[in-house]
Design a protein around this ligand. Structure first.
Ligand SMILES: Cc1cc2nc3c(=O)[nH]c(=O)nc-3n(C[C@H](O)[C@H](O)[C@H](O)COP(=O)(O)OP(=O)(O)OC[C@H]3O[C@@H](n4cnc5c(N)ncnc54)[C@H](O)[C@@H]3O)c2cc1C
Length: 462
């Protein structure tokens, strides 16, 4: 079988690439060893958001009295919550099946491996191998939960994200190691349902890639909701021999032992670069990732790589954007390389976090003289009406030319609001243009206009 493009891996990198390739008239196949949709649809973005929605509904019900509504008793049914999340993931995966069919993309089930001369070997679950040829092979094999040597995952007491979203029983206590997006989303989810949660973070702040003001605000909110946070701390070892895990934690004031039913390791990801033929074909890697140029070409002609296995933010929308650029370039178009400084990052706990561009600290370190504006949701009419007054929008502009350097938000709905900042930055608007663009009232998005006004000394509602 000869193809113009074979994509190995069907996550948001792979399946989106395959669809774009097909739209461009290229004969395309996608190889998948597990379920269509990759980590994102099956074990990442989507099932976690389903879990978080259940937690939010539960919280709403428990706070119904704040809205003048009496509810007599509520109970979270953990098994049903997990079942719903798995059902949502299955539905999404089936949707990709439909999209593959609609776009006339062949799905090759099995383990894909590149060989010399544009050959892709696919090993089915029956152990049989079939060889296909492709003018272009795009590696989109994604990543898995990273395991630290002192925190090996047994899948039962020390778990990764897959187990965390499919546990049979809700644990009474949990230590979450690492406070990136995955760590804090699970911390929020389990804490909301009544699990005693402790977060252990090596760095001085939780969600350490975010602006410090955002990290501090999330820390305050989490502590208020009963989550214990140990910053500047690291897990040295876990003793799993007893009924409860004994987690040995090095803190700034010495060693501490915390007992918990389950330890969730959320310390990042490891790209899947093993056993896909990289060495045989001579594809270069660096620090565990495939080395590519601006158009995702590896050093081997006809072999490309995108998504979590290459450098760049490990996010679904990044993987998709990379794949589209990669395949448009293959088709002879002239796509613009991706601007990695304009990638939004979102975290969907409550309060939500969303950001794009420079943090205040990073902008100053890069030599900018900055104009910073901030607008708290406590001053927003819509937030007051909705009873969600926690959080703020913070904007950072270059004082000299007005360039929109960064935007950082924490609060309800901010993951939907951040796109405005992404478009504004893409269009190279200045603060003045954001300020003069009339925002609808009453909305949470007015906070963006007001934060910008604050940066220019023109804020109205503060
Ligand atoms: C818990 C969690 C929550 C997340 N939440 C978000 C979020 O809210 N927003 C966001 O943007 N990102 C989120 N992410 C990150 C996001 O899921 C990844 O960045 C994204 O899935 C990467 O896409 P990909 O196409 O590179 O790889 P993947 O989605 O990992 O897909 C790779 C696919 O390749 C297959 N594969 C691997 N090797 C082979 C082989 N040799 N042959 C055949 N098939 C193979 C795998 O089975 C898999 O299906 C989350 C991740 C996790 C773990």
């Amino acid at each position: 079988m000869n193809y113009d493009v074979i994509v190995i891996g069907s996550g948001p990198g792979g399946y989106v690439t395959a669809i774009r390739a097909s739209q461009l008239g290229l004969k395309t196949a996608v190889v998948e060893a597990e379920n269509l949709g990759g980590i994102c649809l099956n074990w990442g973005c989507i099932p976690t958001k389903a879990l978080l929605k259940s937690a939010q509904v539960f919280e709403y019900i428990n706070h119904a009295a704040d809205y003048g509504i009496k509810v007599n008793g509520s109970e979270a049914d953990f098994t049903s919550i997990i079942k719903r999340s798995r059902g949502v993931a299955d539905g999404m995966s089936k949707g990709i099946q439909f999209l593959m069919k609609k776009n006339k993309i062949d799905v090759l089930n099995g383990w894909g491996k590149i060989k010399k001369g544009g050959v892709v070997e696919v090993k089915g679950t029956d152990g049989k191998t079939v060889e296909y040829t492709a003018k272009n092979t795009i590696l989109a094999t994604g990543a898995r939960s990273r395991e630290l040597p002192n925190l090996p995952q047994d899948g039962k007491k020390v778990i990764g994200y897959r187990q965390a979203m499919s546990l049979e029983k809700q644990p009474k206590s949990m230590v979450v190691v690492g406070s990136g997006a995955i760590g804090v989303e699970f911390a929020y989810f389990y804490n909301s349902l009544g699990t005693k949660v402790t977060i252990v973070e090596y760095l001085p702040n939780i969600v350490p890639v975010e602006d410090e003001d955002v990290s501090k605000a999330l820390e305050r909110s989490f502590k208020k909701s009963g989550i214990t946070i140990m910053n500047n701390s690291s897990v040295e070892s876990v003793d799993t021999s007893g009924e409860l895990c004994k987690v040995n934690i090095k803190t700034t004031t010495g060693m501490q032992v915390i007992e918990a039913e389950v330890v969730l390791s959320a310390v990042g990801i490891t790209p899947n670069i093993e056993n896909i033929g990289l060495e045989e074909v001579g594809v270069k890697t660096d620090k565990g990732r495939v080395v590519v140029d601006n158009f995702y070409r590896t050093n081997v002609p006809g072999v490309f790589a995108i998504g979590d296995i290459v450098q760049g933010q490990a996010l679904a929308h990044v993987a998709s954007a990379e794949g589209i650029i990669c395949v448009e370039n293959i088709a002879g178009h002239h796509p613009e390389p991706l601007d990695y400084n304009n990638i939004p990052g979102c975290t969907y706990c409550t309060p939500e976090i969303a950001s794009v561009g420079y943090t205040e600290k990073a902008a100053k370190e890069a030599g900018y003289e900055v104009k910073v504006g901030k607008f708290p949701f406590s001053a927003s009419g819509k937030a007051s009406a909705a009873g969600v007054k926690d959080g703020f929008v913070k904007v950072i502009f270059d004082a000299k030319y007005g360039e929109f350097l960064g935007c950082h938000m924490i609060g309800t709905n901010v993951t939907e609001m951040i796109a405005e900042a992404v478009v504004a930055r893409k269009l190279e608007t200045t603060g003045m243009e954001v300020l003069k663009a009339v925002h609808p009232h009453p909305t949470m998005s007015e906070a963006m206009m007001e934060a910008t006004a604050d940066a220019y000394g023109e804020v109205i509602h503060l």
